[in-house]
Design a binder for this molecule. Structure first.
Ligand code: SF4
Ligand code: SF4
Length: 154
């Protein structure tokens, strides 16, 4: 719980950096792993259209990959570099948690290598708070990042 509280503060601390400097890179490029409900929410129930244009692929029971930027389109919920559903507590879990993923069972905090704030060391102060609580803080490798999302889809 401590670690998630610190993570919440860490995510909040970069919010203006996200839209002013990074320009919401993670909502424009890369991909999200979503369940069906989340896919419906962020596509405004247009999942089939996205499957047809190749930006969404279904892989397994109630699992979807949404490739952002594949058709030169960012996430449909992005407007002026801000998320239109940011205040919706039911927005995708991956979106709520990115770029900080707390794994309580293994006392590990993972930071996504894809995040500009991570690359620029903007979580440094928070890293020491997690370390003081006994958490191992690691930055993802490009190959592991998908596992973060997979774990986060319920
Ligand atoms: S990539 Fe990182 S810094 Fe950029 S918008 Fe996403 S969370 Fe913010
Ligand atoms: S739902 Fe919001 S946070 Fe998630 S990718 Fe879309 S714009 Fe970004």
């Amino acid at each position: 719980m401590f670690a998630e509280k610190i993570a919440l503060n860490a995510r909040k601390a970069i919010s203006s950096f996200c839209y002013e400097e990074c320009k919401a890179y993670c909502c424009r490029k890369g991909y999200l792993v979503l369940n069906g409900w989340e896919a419906d929410l962020i596509t405004d129930k247009m999942v089939d259209k996205h499957i047809q244009d190749g930006s969404i692929r279904k892989f397994g029971e109630d699992r979807y990959s949404f490739f952002l930027g594949l058709t030169d389109q960012p996430c449909p919920q992005l407007k002026d570099f801000k998320c239109r559903i940011h205040k919706n507590p039911k927005r995708p879990k991956a979106c709520r948690e990115f770029p900080v993923f707390v794994d309580e069972a293994n006392k590990t905090v993972r930071l996504s290598h894809r995040c500009l704030a991570v690359k620029q060391g903007k979580f440094y102060a928070f890293e020491s708070q997690w370390a003081k609580k006994g958490y191992n803080v690691i930055e993802s490798s490009p190959l592991l990042d998908s596992e973060f999302y997979d774990k986060n889809v319920k």
